[in-house]
Design a protein around this ligand. Structure first.
Ligand SMILES: NC(=O)c1ccc[n+]([C@@H]2O[C@H](COP(=O)([O-])OP(=O)(O)OC[C@H]3O[C@@H](n4cnc5c(N)ncnc54)[C@H](OP(=O)(O)O)[C@@H]3O)[C@@H](O)[C@H]2O)c1
Length: 240
């Protein structure tokens, strides 16, 4: 099997972690204002929300598969723009453990849906330089949780109305990223927490996503990468 040729947009914290993990597979790494210097199989966008549009246009022009790790952007027309032309994978969090947490969040949401006294919530903490709030991961986990709990239809950072999921954000210090999905009931509390100790899980997940994406057409998420791995974990003694 020929090795994947990788391009990388972004020379910041995430870009540096991915470059270190990619080794010889990395053909170029482009900072702000740089242009890609050679064709690659897959490019990873580890830059910033405002640069995603230009990087997607480049990927479509050059027929290069694109893994987007930058957060804080929305593009409702992404599916129609990509069509079947290239593969695009957008991931607010490259960690496979967080992909597992997203699935568990839906289960927690379903459990909350059984009893209105079970009140779900979400907390996140990142370093003080992080640009967007709540984090893209928090939005992904909130969506997964609400997918299981139909009485919650949107999230809020303020005092929640009954249909809103309460989300709490901390921006302080050097935290790589902590997310907790919780369930507060009158007599008990469940809290599921993920804490990244470094950017290594993001870098390894980005490379796993690039390998998985190459050759596929359409728009995908980290849940698609993780599905093969995770689905067998949700059966118990042969039972679902
Ligand atoms: N998916 C995941 O698992 C994951 C994990 C961590 C972070 N993230 C996200 O990844 C992104 C990068 O995070 P980071 O911590 O690496 O940030 P960072 O350290 O600030 O690095 C951002 C990089 O993007 C470049 N950049 C900024 N604006 C640009 C523009 N308009 N055009 C081209 N390049 C631009 C910066 O160049 P300059 O230095 O010239 O400004 C820098 O090289 C953020 O959106 C963050 O939320 C995702």
């Amino acid at each position: 099997m020929t090795a994947l040729r990788l391009g990388l947009f972004g020379r910041g914290r995430l870009g540096s972690a991915i470059a270190a993990e990619a080794g010889a597979a990395l053909i170029w790494q482009a900072g702000r204002g740089d242009r890609p210097t050679a064709p690659v199989d897959v490019a990873v966008d580890a830059s910033a929300a405002e640069a995603v549009e230009a990087h997607l246009a480049w990927a479509l022009d050059t027929g290069t598969d694109l893994v987007i790790g930058a957060t804080g952007w929305t593009m409702p027309e992404l599916e129609s723009r990509v069509g079947g032309r290239i593969g695009v994978l957008a991931a607010s969090n490259f960690s496979l453990t967080v992909a597992l947490m997203a699935r568990l969040s839906t289960v927690i949401g379903r459990f909350a849906a059984l009893d209105p006294a079970r009140d779900p919530y979400l907390l996140e903490h990142h370093h003080h330089l992080k640009a967007d709030a709540p984090s893209g991961t928090a939005k992904t986990l909130a969506a997964a949780l609400m997918a299981g709990c139909p009485r919650k239809t949107e999230w809020t950072l303020g005092t929640p109305a009954p249909h809103q999921l309460s989300v709490g954000v901390v921006r302080a210090g050097a935290e790589f990223g902590t997310h907790a999905v919780g369930l507060d009931a009158p007599a008990e509390v469940l809290e599921l927490t993920h804490r990244a100790r470094s950017r290594v899980p993001f870098a390894q997940g980005a490379l796993a996503a690039a390998r998985w994406l190459h050759g596929r057409k359409g728009v995908f998420t980290m849940d698609d990468v993780a599905a093969d791995l995770l689905v067998p974990l949700f059966t118990f003694g042969g039972k679902p």
